[in-house]
Write a protein that binds this ligand. Structure first.
Ligand code: BES
Ligand code: ZN
Length: 647
């Protein structure tokens, strides 16, 4: 059982087999982690003491936990009202990043306390509990101790049940040099001298709400900060390197505007008394949404007021908006398993724009979404080596492999399409129901679809499954006929493919459930009609459209598909481009579709003429030139990499 063999010329070789991944047993689970950590910022080690309140659901003589690069010194179990039982063995399963604690007698069903003393290394791998280098004003090199736990590195800082669905409360105490700042998820409740060494202090943080291990964080180092209160009474601080507090002011403004926006949007208050945002010198990701203590790469948080461009301010606003959205969507309601990580990230990558658009309308940030995330996702997802945004994740080491621009940008794009399909009011109602139903718990993608389905009465799960469980997206082919005062559209879908038609059959030609909106020249910014294309083709009748009026599909460029208009329809859109009644995002979408519809080099000149005709309608010659140059460069780059075809 479990052995696959590969026959090659009569000889069998065992297949290199990925060991099946098994989640932690559920016979013992944590209720509260009492955790004391004493990092040594000179020797790069730390000592830890865990005292976890646990519940035994079924008598057992062993406890299996996650643990990686940690040495356990002693472990014991104290049943409630009983005598301490010392563990007689620690069985490390290194590949699985687990340890089994063996006890000489059965731990009976009921409550108890698990005590573990351990030591670890403050590593230099930027994951788990690690060291981050900085220089003081006088040029001395020092180290801060910081954490990065997502997806599965809390187990490098303390033995724990390191799975997102195993939530518990945390009481964290840090023992640190008294001249250092120490931060964790919660506010400080006690600070006293450490009896054994008067250069140290013992800092105790308030009990956290019930939460997943990957969201736990602590930082020990030297920082300055700026502080403010958000209108809903949350203390917001932005921690910066010493001497750079000024550079935290912009992020502070963003955060204090963002918190009330989310409180209002989600209809759920931010549940912690404080939130810190901190710039970390050595940081692997862009930012991390640890609950109440969000960590950032310096460039994603700091703005030099004298010396920064609009685009770096926009970036900071988006990253802050993204991580603060996770405080609700991700932290308060957490995905049940890493399979749903795309939803966590896709959702935050969409709502960060909604938030920035609300707080800084002058940025016109949605245009940036279309020109960055949306078009990038379409480009990548048209390739044969794309993948569905939702993939089964077994071993969490697969998280890094599959987590890419497709998950983030396509994820955000399909959520944007969904929001548009449902409408803001019903979307918010469904979101609110979801957050209330699952707060302090875990949920799956299906749970969200169900809440949105309830709120909207629309077939959300069926629509969304077609976008998340299969890779790629359709090209929508449109043609029109005028019937008296009616306009009749013939709309069909087929898979859009950058690598050209596939040899062979089309028997399992994929289909999508495509929400399609339609506008006319009467009001180009307003949707005149919506249809859900759930078959290969359909006919749509739009009443009262004068013969000289044009029709456009996908106003706002929110649908995750490309459009191929008949020549006549495309030509008819020219006046809308010329007089700028067509919105910038619509012109952008149109232009982007045209470029990607090029299918062979020989067509380039013809296509160039076509594009020039469309763009030529824009009354701004220098802009046209810039766009054209960019477009041609872009086309050349794409053609050199692969031959661009579509079916
Ligand atoms: N939670 C992620 C970071 C993450 C994801 C760490 C998966 C480990 C595994 C965070 O919210 C995030 O998305 N950060 C982005 C920046 C964001 C603005 C798109 C990043 O780090 O690139
Ligand atoms: Zn994120």
């Amino acid at each position: 059982k479990g052995h696959h063999h590969n026959m090659v010329r009569g000889v069998t070789f065992p297949m290199p087999e990925r060991r099946p991944f098994v989640r932690l047993p559920t016979d013992v689970y944590p209720v509260n982690y009492g955790l004391r950590l004493k990092p040594d910022l000179i020797d790069f080690t730390f000592e830890g003491k865990l005292e976890a309140a646990v519940e035994v659901t079924q008598g057992t003589n062993q406890i299996v936990m996650n643990c990686a690069d940690i040495d356990i010194i002693t472990a014991s179990f104290v049943p409630e009202g009983g005598d301490e039982i010392n563990a007689t063995g620690f069985n490390y399963q290194n590949e699985d990043e687990k340890v089994t604690l063996c006890f000489p007698s059965t731990l009976q069903k009921g409550a108890g306390s698990l005590k573990i003393d351990f030591v670890g290394e403050l590593n230099d791998k930027m994951k788990g509990f690690y060291r981050s280098k900085y220089m003081t004003a006088s040029g001395e090199i020092r180290y801060a101790a910081v954490t990065q736990f997502e997806a599965t590195d809390a187990r490098r800082a303390f033995p724990c049940w390191d799975e997102p669905a195993i939530k518990a409360t945390f009481d964290i105490t840090l023992i640190v040099p008294k001249d250092r700042i120490s931060l964790s998820n919660m506010n400080v409740v006690d600070r006293k001298p450490y009896p054994e060494d008067h250069s140290l202090v013992e800092v105790k943080f308030a009990t956290t709400p019930i939460m997943s291990t990957y969201l736990v964080a602590f930082v020990i180092g030297e920082y300055d900060f700026v502080e403010s209160q958000s209108s809903d009474g949350v203390t917001v601080r932005v921690y910066t390197p010493v001497g750079k507090a000024e550079q935290g002011k912009f992020a502070l403004e963003v955060a204090t505007k963002t918190l009330p926006f989310y409180k209002d949007y989600f209809h759920v208050p931010y549940p912690l008394p404080k939130i810190d945002l901190i710039a970390i010198a050595d940081f692997a990701a862009g930012a991390m949404e640890n609950w109440g203590l969000v960590t950032y790469r310096e460039t994603a948080l700091l703005i030099d007021p004298k010396n920064s461009c609009a685009s770096s301010r926009q970036w900071v606003a988006l990253v802050v908006g993204h991580e603060l959205a996770h405080q609700w969507f991700g932290n308060l309601v957490t995905m049940e398993w890493w399979t749903h990580l795309w939803l966590n990230e896709g959702f935050a990558s969409w709502i960060e724009y909604l938030c920035v658009d609300h707080c800084f309308p002058e940025y016109d940030i949605w245009t940036q979404f279309v020109s960055a995330d949306y078009t990038r996702a379409l480009d990548l997802d048209a390739l044969d080596n794309s993948h569905p945004i939702e993939v089964d994740v077994g071993h969490p080491s697969e998280v890094d492999e599959i987590f890419d621009a497709i998950s983030y940008s396509k994820g955000a794009s399909v959520i944007r399409m969904l929001h548009n399909y449902i409408g803001d009011e019903d979307f918010r109602t469904g979101m609110n129901a979801y957050l209330l139903k699952f707060q302090h718990k875990n949920a799956s993608t299906e749970d969200l679809w169900e809440c949105l389905e309830q709120a909207s009465g629309k077939p959300i799960a069926a629509v969304m499954n077609s976008w998340t469980k299969q890779m790629g997206f359709p090209i929508i082919v449109v043609d029109q006929e005028q019937h008296g005062s009616d306009r009749v559209l013939k709309i069909s879908q087929k898979k859009f493919c950058a690598s050209g038609p596939r040899n062979g059959t089309y028997e399992n030609c994929p289909n999508w459930m495509v929400p399609i909106s339609i506008c006319t020249s009467e009001d180009p910014s307003c949707t005149k009609m919506k249809v859900l294309l759930d078959q290969p083709e359909t006919t749509v009748n739009i009443t009262n459209v004068a013969p000289d009026h044009w029709i456009k599909i996908n106003p706002g460029t929110v649908g995750f598909y490309r459009i191929q208009y008949s020549s006549a329809m495309l030509e008819s859109l020219l006046p809308g481009i010329r007089d700028l009644t067509l919105l910038p995002v619509d012109r952008l979408g149109l232009q982007n579709d045209l470029f990607s519809l090029l299918h062979k080099q020989a067509d380039m000149q013809e296509e160039k003429n076509r594009i020039e005709r469309v763009l030529g309608a824009i009354p701004a010659p220098d802009l046209i030139q810039r766009v054209l140059n960019f477009a041609l460069l872009y086309i050349a780059l794409r053609l050199s990499k692969r031959c661009l075809h579509f079916i």
